[in-house]
Design a protein around this ligand. Structure first.
Ligand SMILES: NC(=O)c1ccc[n+]([C@@H]2O[C@H](COP(=O)([O-])OP(=O)(O)OC[C@H]3O[C@@H](n4cnc5c(N)ncnc54)[C@H](O)[C@@H]3O)[C@@H](O)[C@H]2O)c1
Length: 428
């Protein structure tokens, strides 16, 4: 294929090198003449292992050209990859000026294209969710005078490579994510990744844009978390790498998908207690741990957000049916249960509340849970019901607090639902 790359930085140059290796014709475009000259001579403008050898070989094979505009090659192109920089602005947002400029130029140039097949414009620069819909597409439409589909098609394909291992990452990506206007619109980016062994996700633009932000935020969170644990361990005279070795060996609960789906706040008898003890330890040894401290705050924010979302959905007095009270499915433990807190918040707000929980029999509670039941008498005695059908028939909103699939069939389909474990129903 004939592929133009706009922006010859780390991403553009590596992509050019790998596409050459795969046998494509590559046209490297940049506003920086030094980079254009370097690529034109088969040299890499960036230090990245393996890249220069691929560029040199591509040039020798007669498949590499460079320039300051794609105009000379417009008619022969199958695909354009936009890899211009989107650096940080002072306010933290991404600077869109290069992306906007290159999009406008592309739109204007499309008018001169004589080839009938639509030119596929693949945006690889990192951008905030919503940018393709709100900025890129309107800019292209204004410049071309037409919507995508006929003369051009548009895709967002975030890049996950890391500098220093970029070529390796290109050929072994963790995943391939393609944001497109509708399923199949990008025609799987014309097959450029066909030989790669990676899961492919074809999704809407905003999901693809968000994933890139989420990934890098999580990587940053992991580094900051690991370093807080490291500082704490050192302050206590504990070897941080031994702790890390044990922590990382747990691929069931630690380094895994566990606890990583959006849903309800954490609660129960251990997580809040032991996080609190860790924060107390940090205070005692004078170690600052803003990530760990922020975790508790974040959980409280999430619980408050859920309570507000319920109230926004149906004003008091409701009535509301809350499905679940203990802190998770198949336990009657009420300690630090976010659902018990939610029930109290709804009662305080003046709701007529019914609660159903198949795991809970107040007459069987012992110890701390017996005391909690006494403390939360109104919820446990007045609201808790065993008659799900009657309770559900008279409510204006059902809040699914924890998974209980065997009881869902008993709920009237017409009553709106907020599903906390799935975070469904909260939009709008
Ligand atoms: N560097 C990474 O490891 C990495 C990894 C994944 C994603 N990304 C994202 O990819 C994008 C590119 O990153 P990078 O590190 O390669 O950036 P970079 O700053 O190294 O290169 C960007 C290039 O775009 C060129 N450019 C600017 N305006 C142009 C225009 N109108 N026409 C043609 N070229 C133009 C610049 O001259 C520069 O050479 C960014 O959005 C970045 O966030 C970067």
């Amino acid at each position: 294929m004939h592929i133009a790359i706009l922006g010859l930085g780390y991403v553009g140059t590596t992509t050019a090198a790998c596409l050459l290796k795969d046998g494509h014709h590559v046209y490297g475009i940049d506003i920086n003449s030094a980079k254009v000259q370097a690529i034109g001579a088969g040299r890499s403008p960036v230090v990245e292992p393996g890249v220069e050898a691929l560029l040199t070989a591509g040039l020798a094979a007669g498949r590499l050209s460079s320039g300051s505009s794609l105009a000379p090659w417009l008619d022969s192109l199958d695909l354009v990859m936009i890899c211009v920089g989107t650096p940080s602005r002072a306010d933290g947002k991404l600077e869109m000026v290069h992306l906007l400029e290159v999009t406008r130029q592309l739109g204007r140039q499309l008018e001169d294209r004589r080839t009938a097949t639509p030119l596929l414009l693949v945006f690889r620069s990192t951008m905030a969710p919503g940018t393709m819909e709100r900025l890129v597409l309107p800019t292209l439409e204004a410049a071309t005078g037409e919507a995508p589909g006929q003369r051009y098609e548009v895709a967002f394909n975030p890049e996950f490579l890391r500098e220093s291992t970029a070529v390796k990452d290109y050929y072994a990506p963790p995943k391939i994510v393609i944001g497109e206007r509708h399923p199949g619109a990008s025609r799987r980016l014309l097959g450029i990744y066909d030989g790669l062994d990676a899961p492919v996700f074809e999704v809407g633009f905003a999901e693809a844009e968000m994933v890139k932000f989420v990934d890098n935020s999580f990587h940053a969170l992991k580094v900051a978390f690991a370093n807080e644990i490291g500082r704490l361990a050192i302050a206590k005279g504990i070897d941080p790498q031994t702790v890390a070795d044990i922590f990382l060996a747990d691929t069931k609960l630690n380094v895994s998908a566990a606890y990583l789906r959006p849903g309800g706040p954490f609660g129960g008898s251990c997580l809040p207690k032991d996080l609190g003890a860790m924060l107390a330890l940090a205070r005692e040894v004078g170690v600052q741990v803003p990530v760990l401290g922020g975790t508790r705050e974040s959980n409280a924010v999430h619980a408050a957000w859920l309570a507000q979302a319920v109230q926004a959905r149906l004003a008091p007095p409701g009535p509301i049916l809350l499905m679940g009270l203990s802190f998770k499915a198949e336990t009657d433990d009420l300690r630090n249960s976010p659902l018990l807190e939610l029930a109290e918040a709804l009662l305080d707000a003046g709701y007529d509340l019914r609660v159903f929980d198949p795991d809970l029999d107040p007459s069987q509670l012992v110890g701390v849970n017996f005391a909690l039941a006494a403390e939360h008498q109104e919820v446990l005695r007045s609201c808790l019901t065993r008659d799900l059908a009657t309770a559900a028939a008279h409510v204006g909103l059902i809040v699914l607090g924890k998974p209980m699939p065997e009881h869902l069939a008993a709920l009237p389909a017409a009553v709106p639902r907020l599903d906390i474990p799935q975070l469904r129903g909260f939009d709008g």
